[in-house]
Write a protein that binds this ligand. Structure first.
Ligand code: TRH
Length: 370
């Protein structure tokens, strides 16, 4: 029997919530033939990732997924067999009430973290305080005892084919060819020091920046009032190119084609890992430096097995970037360790891909649910 899943997504900030929910919805539909309805509370933000969306429609189909507008007038017409409450977004009261008649498998999908406590909390049930319902906490993660990472089944094969075709087009690269860098970061990042370092590099640097709030500090660096898609600006060894905000598949290809990727938040972070290219991750800013704890937990896992010099340089750059305070020597130091970091990222992508992906783990959890 084909299952129906309802995924509820509240867009708190930025693109991560919808980025993850859309990826999950699409994979459930395409790889498992599941009927997915994705409830989204902010269609205009979702449109940045899904330009095909029509903001005037209450429901529409996109790539096999039904996207429904979750507004204040929410009416519960039916309850699906599986309900995903993404990132504790709180389901509509009327939907929870309707679930009592035929309780679905109700899952709270949590944010990703490499911290060790995640294993303990993964798949823990939480009974509803008043109603005969229970929800289960599902934590993505990096170890066998977590819910895994989002990864489409043929992603690594697609990436390898794409990178092979790029190599055939440009068989040799040396220190005179430009270092390709993609840059996606929060606007509070220390953009000025980074771009100054790039401009002073011995090797030319081509920095590709998809359109986002980051353009503001970049335009400031170049002394411009604003930057537009298509703009190309040069200072010293650095050329910045402003790209449009890409579709998720195009963004993947950008990450696959670069020598170094700056990513942030949650979803682009994981895509950078699958790209098998060195990256710098800026965690989403949280109170009481919770994001620094997340960063340390991740680096502790991810950098293990590397030689001490590469690990400490890579880690130090991450810390400086996350604290939004780079030193002038950080960029040249990072460049030195790129070859060793490159070899490590390929191995890490391969080894993390041995773990079952998050969507498969969710489907299996539902199959075995009692
Ligand atoms: O936009 P973000 O900062 O989202 C954040 C984080 O997820 C954070 O953990 C969460 O708490 C907060 O939102 C509410 O970063 P993230 O997670 O990388 O999401 C960006 C999405 O946008 C991701 O799916 C990749 C996609 N993307 C494109 O599709 N095209 C692009 O050109 C770019 C730059 C990104």
């Amino acid at each position: 029997m084909i299952q129906r899943w309802d995924i509820f997504c509240r867009i708190v900030d930025n693109f991560g919530d919808i980025g993850v929910c859309w990826r999950l919805a699409r994979q459930l539909s395409q790889e498992y033939g599941i009927h997915v309805r994705l409830w989204v509370d902010d269609i205009p933000v979702a449109q940045r990732l899904l330009p095909g969306l029509d903001a005037g429609l209450p429901q529409q189909q996109l790539e096999g997924v039904t996207i429904a507008c979750w507004d204040n007038d929410f009416i519960c017409d039916s309850v699906a067999e599986v309900v995903i409450e993404a990132f504790a977004c709180e389901l509509p009261a009327s939907y929870i009430q309707a679930m009592v008649a035929t309780p679905p498998v109700w899952i709270n999908l949590d944010y990703l973290s490499a911290e060790t406590w995640v294993e303990e909390y993964h798949q823990q049930p939480s009974p509803h305080p008043r109603l005969p319902l229970k929800k289960t906490f599902f934590f993505p993660g990096f170890t066998e005892r977590t819910g895994g990472l989002l990864r489409e089944h043929d992603l690594l094969t697609q990436r390898k084919q794409y990178q092979l075709s790029l190599q055939q087009l440009q068989p040799t690269t040396d220190h005179t060819s430009a270092l390709r860098v993609s840059l996606f970061a929060y606007p509070q990042a220390d953009i000025a020091t980074l771009l100054t370092g790039m401009a002073a590099s011995e090797r030319p640097v081509q920095c590709l920046i998809p359109e986002s709030s980051l353009l503001q500090p970049v335009s400031h660096f170049f002394g411009k009032s604003r930057l537009c898609v298509g703009d190309s600006l040069t200072q010293g060894a650095l050329t910045v190119e402003v790209l449009p905000f890409l579709s998720q598949p195009d963004y993947d290809r950008l990450l696959w084609s670069c020598d170094l990727n700056f990513v942030r938040g949650e979803d682009s972070w994981i895509r950078a890992i699958w790209a098998g290219k060195p990256f710098i991750w800026q965690p989403y800013l949280q109170e009481e430096d919770a994001h620094i704890i997340k960063l340390e937990a991740f680096l502790g896992r991810y950098l293990s097995g590397l030689d001490t010099e590469t690990a400490s340089t890579w880690s130090a750059f991450h810390h400086a970037w996350a604290h939004m305070q780079l030193a002038s020597g950080d960029w040249p130091q990072l460049l030195k360790i790129l070859p060793a970091a490159q070899a490590h990222t390929i191995c890490q992508a391969q080894s993390l891909a041995e773990q079952a992906d998050m969507t498969t783990q969710l489907v299996n959890f539902v199959r075995n649910f009692q």
